[in-house]
Structures are given as structure tokens and as C-alpha cells.
Design a protein around this ligand. Sequence first.
Ligand SMILES: [Zn+2]
Ligand SMILES: [Zn+2]
Length: 340
Amino acid sequence: MAIEWQVLGQAGSDNALHVTVDSGQSRESLLFDCGEGCLRDLRTSAIQSVAHLFFSHFHMDHVSGFDTFFRHNYNKPDAPIQVWGPPGTIEVMWHRFRGFSWNLHAGQPGEWIVKELSGRQISTAGFFTREAFAAIHRRPEQPLDDPVIYRSGTWHMENRLLPHGSIPSAAYRLVEEPRMNIDAGKLRSLDIMPGPWLKELTDAGIPDTNTVDLNGRVWTFGELRRELLTSTPGESLAYLTDFRIEPGTEIWDDIAAWLTGTTTLVCECHYRQEDSSLAIQNSHMTADLVGRLAADAGVGRLVLHHFSKRYSLDERNALHDQAKLFFPGTELPPGWSNRG
Ligand SMILES: [Zn+2]
Ligand SMILES: [Zn+2]
């Protein structure tokens, strides 16, 4: 299994993040935000294979590219597209869907499931292309008592809301479930013959109470799993953008604890340390703070994105150096630096 990622857009312009979770058996594509022009970096087939679109918030630089996404997917057959975001997402999306003339929609496929995250519950609404998106189909609200907002078979998504001036910005953490492997040495030591049941052992959908007869002894799957399976943690990736938190505060410690051990942290880095007053005024982070957050969380690597357009190439490289002072494993997306 692996998490592949690509920061979309250039340094100093709108950005987004495209992620593919490859489980070995299937590949699922996710998109985080949808700034102007960002989808030019993706092939049409990649845009059309996105199953979940996660918005941080709806400032223009994060949603201006949505029309392109919608144009490629409005009548997607087979599976609905799920759109996630902070409070207000259902209303914003409804207006986006309705912002066109619809007169050729009858009989068209296309279902959009929009989910609003408040930290305490998930509010859901469905929209259909065949209805020209006229009706909001409200679904029952789901209470939330942990950060997990969605579970696929092989990964799950967690969410936290971060302060961005007077509005929240949704942060996301994608976590692969632990990988289950057969311990070949243990299998030999038990002197039992491999068979099709081995593959079934690693399938979490098959209960522990199932049995298999091996050399005249009946084993339960539970017994065999305890004897033969080893577990290794999967990878994880967090996407944080447009927020301001201060070291030494409760929310800083909470977010650092939440991110602990994350393989890859993709984080906004809008301002240099010298421009701290601007960063506070606009509720963004500075390079030194982003580096400190990555260090406090002990992430595997930090990837910076969403630089202010005010900076030259040299200033962006300086901003990278500032984050590296606190967290040496800081990287820029490929192509954002000419320093090699
Ligand atoms: Zn922004
Ligand atoms: Zn913003």
C-alpha cells in the first residue's frame, strides 16, 4: 500500500493537493481544495476518478477551480462524488451547483453527497443532476465523538477545525489501516500446508469464528490470526492550510498531538518570519511556526505549500530555510525551487 501525492499549482499561485491511496487491490483518488488553474496539472481521467473532494474553507483561492471539477464530473455515472468541508459547505455547494442554466439534465446520472463538518457532528445533503440540483435532500445527522469522519476498507480520514480569522479551516489526516502480513517462519514452524485460506486470513471482512481443517485439526480463523499475522502501520498524510495557531496554547498542543507520527505533513507556509505581523493580521502561519509544529509533532517530512504571491524566488527559498531551521526534513513541492 502507498499514499501518492502531488501539490497542484505553482509557488505563489493557488494550490491544491491530489492524493491517490493505492491498496494493492484498488486505487482511490482524493482532492484537497480546488484553487484556480490547479486542475491543469491533472489529466482528465485523473479529474474524473476523484471520489472525495475535501475543502478546507471557501475563500476564493481554494474554490475558484471548482467549476472545472464540476464540468468534468457533474454527470458522473456509477458512484456519487462526496464533497466535504466546514460549516456552510452545503449552502456554498448548492449555490455552485445551481449557478448554471440547466435544461438538458433530465435522465442524466450524477449524485453529489455533501458533508459538513462541525467537529461534533456530520450534516449530510444529497443533490442529483437529474433534478438540476433544485432540491436539497437532507440526511440524518451523524454525531462524532472522535476525529474519524470516514472509513474506507483500507484507510480512514480524520478531521480537525482550525482557526482562520473569524471562520474555521478544516484540516484533514488520511491514515492507511495497518497492513496485515503472514509470518512465513511461523507458518513453517506450525507445519501446516498453505492454501487459499491464507489470503482469507488477511481479509478483515471474514470473522474470527470461521474454521478451516488443516491436517486433521480444525482451526478457527481467530486462532490462526493470533499465530500467523503480523501487523505493520500504514502511511499517513495530513493537509493543513489557512490557519493560525500559537505555540504554547492548548490548540497548538492538541494539533501537534493529533499529527504525531504522521508520515507526510503538507502545510501552508504563507509568510516569512519577518512578516509575522501580516501573518497574524491575515490569520496565517509563518515558516518558523510551521517548522516548529512539524518538529513538535515528530512528523516524517514536511512539505510546504500556499506561499504568498508577494515573494520572489530568493525569498521563497529563504522561507524554506526558515522552516528547515526548526525541522530539517522540510521540502518544497517538486519544481518550486531552482536550488536542486
Ligand atoms: Zn488561502
Ligand atoms: Zn483563507
